[in-house]
Ligand binder design. Structure first.
Ligand code: NDP
Length: 449
């Protein structure tokens, strides 16, 4: 990389860090993208001349708001709500809402920043955004969750619209929460605007396959990476972290493709079932009863539950981190590689620390970073918007086929661009450059805005 290019990128990084103090996850996400852009700036000096990278790193709009609500004992609580509308060069802001006590501006900005490039990779007309709250839905009654969602939407609605900003789910936000949010939006605006939220119920504008999409899409991406190496998931052993939406449908698709998942987790510990995880039981515990994963072993006596255990210690051929950011540390990546892991598909966003990523890349295993591997969720959200706009609803098979094609195309784009820019087999470089080029070209075409 020419010296002036690396100096420019370092200067931008320093400026972003200084301008956004303490937002360590955002810094990490920016650093990862900028580390890949040297060859792009060397080839296209117009991006630097027009300060495209500096503009991409600054959100178009950031909204922070108070969310007061009343619990079942009539006690008043105050949470903080966020929506970061990061980039609309390719379409309306699109990205999920996360309800988790760890949420603060730095988490929402890292997720929103990743979302810009992920959404570009899907090839669909969607910009990047993200939102959420430090509200913890765990242990709350349905009534409490509903009152929180109504209060959250009472502020957020004024910033949304099917052509403006279209949220969806993420950690702690599933079908129940999207229902409460949509109901309140409809009530306040007096508009049945289906396209304003995705992940809706199937009876009122939702899309088949949206629930399954992130997990299925991640598995499709891994299958493509393995295919490029003459391998497949069939007969392979996998480990999945988390036991939420992404984890469950990752397990389902791995099983369908002839693989076996032997472990999954939650934030308290993990279960290990050498016979293969009983997915119907996990669905019952997590989706229907909203219980903890440790209850699995009460029904499957041969399986083990390891309280506070590290799921990455379980030997596997393929790892699917599907819980949260920075869950695979350098030492975990080392363990996975030493145990013979040949592929990693990130269902979660930024689940591997920079040290872990380096270990995977140095070991030359098939490593699919989240912004490419888990793009199937948002892609299917965009398909939900298409169905809403045309007042149509597609079959499961058709929607799944569209998802599968999109994931194959994302894989192909990452693979080819990595090669073109001198890093064959490196999907981090491929995803970051392919996503960046789409957004940067659109921004260049629209002038300084
Ligand atoms: P869910 O809320 O359905 O499930 C999250 C799972 O991860 C739970 O098992 C949860 O355990 C675990 N988890 C969450 N936070 C932590 C933490 N800090 N430490 C350990 N475990 C944790 O969320 P999703 O499945 O929707 O999301 C999982 C990941 O996938 C996130 O990174 C999200 O950003 C990403 N993603 C999701 C998409 C979607 O369509 N839903 C799309 C693209 C990416 P516990 O119950 O103990 O908290």
């Amino acid at each position: 990389m020419p010296r002036d290019v690396s100096t420019t990128l370092q200067t931008i990084c320093d400026e972003v860090f200084a301008r956004n103090p303490g937002e360590v996850e955002f810094h990490q996400a920016v650093r990862e993208v900028l580390d890949c852009l040297g060859p792009v700036l060397a080839r296209y000096p117009e991006f630097a001349q027009n300060k495209i990278i500096r503009r991409i790193c600054e959100p178009e709009r950031q909204i922070i708001f108070r969310v007061p609500w009343v619990d079942d004992n009539n006690e008043v609580h105050i949470n903080r709500g966020f929506r970061v509308e990061f980039n609309s060069a390719l379409g309306p802001y699109k990205g999920g809402l996360r309800f988790h006590p760890s949420v603060y501006l730095g988490i929402i900005k890292f997720l929103g920043f990743e979302q810009i490039f992920k959404n570009a990779l899907t090839g669909l007309p969607i910009g990047g955004g993200k939102g959420g709250s430090d509200f913890d839905p765990k242990g709350k009654s349905d009534g409490e969750v509903m009152r929180f969602c109504q209060s959250f939407m009472t502020e957020l609605y004024r910033h949304l619209g099917e052509h403006t900003d279209v949220p969806a789910g993420d950690i702690g936000v599933g079908g129940r929460e999207i229902g409460f949010l949509f109901g309140q939006y409809k009530r306040i605006t007096n508009r049945y605007e289906s396209g304003v939220l995705t992940g809706k119920g199937l009876d009122w504008g939702g899309s088949l396959v949206r629930t399954e999409a992130t997990g299925y899409g991640t598995v499709y991406f891994v299958e493509e990476m393995l295919k490029a190496r003459g391998a497949s998931l069939e007969g392979k052993t996998s480990v999945v972290s988390g036991s939420g939406n992404v984890a469950i449908y990752t397990i389902e698709k791995v099983n369908e493709l002839g693989g076996k998942v032997v472990a999954c987790s939650d934030s308290n510990g993990f279960i290990h079932d050498e016979q293969g995880i009983d997915l119907d039981l996990v669905k019952l515990l997590k989706e229907v009863q909203r219980r903890r994963i440790k209850e699995y072993v009460e029904h499957r006596k041969h399986a083990k539950y390891i309280e506070k255990g590290n799921v990455w210690d379980v030997p596997c051929d393929v790892a699917f981190p599907s819980a949260t950011e920075n869950e695979i540390l350098g030492k975990d990546a080392k363990t996975l590689v030493e145990n013979g892991c040949i592929a990693v598909g990130e269902g979660a966003n930024m689940p591997t620390t920079p040290e872990g990523v380096k270990i995977f890349l140095d070991a030359k295993i098939a490593y699919g970073p989240g912004k490419a591997a888990n793009a199937g969720g948002v892609a299917t959200s965009a398909l939900e918007m298409q169905q809403n706009a045309s007042r149509d609803s597609w079959t499961f098979e058709h929607t799944d086929q569209r998802l599968h094609e999109i994931m194959k195309n994302i894989h192909q784009a990452c693979y080819e661009v990595a090669d073109e820019f001198g890093s064959p087999g490196n999907y981090v470089v491929g995803a970051n450059i392919a996503g960046f080029l789409k957004v940067a070209r659109a921004m260049l075409g629209m002038g300084v805005i």
